[in-house]
Design a protein around this ligand. Structure first.
Ligand SMILES: [Ca+2]
Length: 181
């Protein structure tokens, strides 16, 4: 029993080393990422019981409509290269139709006074493509932002908007990338 425990310990260590090695193979594409349910939901969606979580993704409670806003913290990534792409994994069953969509934008707040700035070219919207199944999109034009955590807080805002309750759009996750993965 004691030997088995020792062997398991060795196996666990070997696995950790393997994971560490594989993680370092391609370390530069993703600056930051999160699954949907790890973001904080804005209170209108909470007060109106609009959202539900399934498998780490966020979507509307059946029959409900409106806007679910999520705020996803982007903490400092020491050693990370400045990202240029925002990448969204989602489902928008009416494609370019305007009744339903998922949108994301990269935002910064000044540490001195909370002044809000949407970072130029760092917004994406599922209505720009007619794919109606689970999909991913990224901004076509690279954004240029030298991340400065001494001066700003950073986050990604995601809006899941639904007016047609027959459509079941989903927000799975979002990331900041360099270059386009
Ligand atoms: Ca749509």
């Amino acid at each position: 029993m004691r030997i088995n425990a020792m062997l398991l310990g060795v196996a666990g260590f070997a696995l950790a080393v393997t994971n560490g090695a594989s993680a370092s193979v391609n370390p530069t594409n993703t600056y930051w990422s999160t699954n949907a349910s790890s973001c904080v939901v804005g209170d209108p969606a909470i007060q109106n019981n609009l959202y539900t979580i399934s498998g780490g993704a966020v979507k509307f409670v059946p029959g409900s409509s409106g806007t679910i806003t999520l705020y996803c913290n982007v903490p400092p990534n020491n050693g990370g290269t400045n990202p240029t792409k925002i990448w969204l994994t989602y489902k928008d069953p009416d494609g370019t139709g305007a009744n339903n969509h998922v949108a994301a934008g990269f935002v910064k707040l000044a540490k001195t006074n909370g002044a809000f700035t949407s970072i130029t070219n760092a917004s994406i919207d599922s209505n720009t493509t007619n794919v109606m199944v689970a999909n991913h999109i990224a901004n076509a034009t690279a954004f240029s932002e030298t991340l400065d955590y001494e001066t700003y807080y950073y986050y990604v805002r995601v809006d899941i908007v639904r007016s047609d309750t027959a459509q079941d759009e989903i927000f799975y996750g979002v990331s900041l990338e360099l270059p386009l993965p």
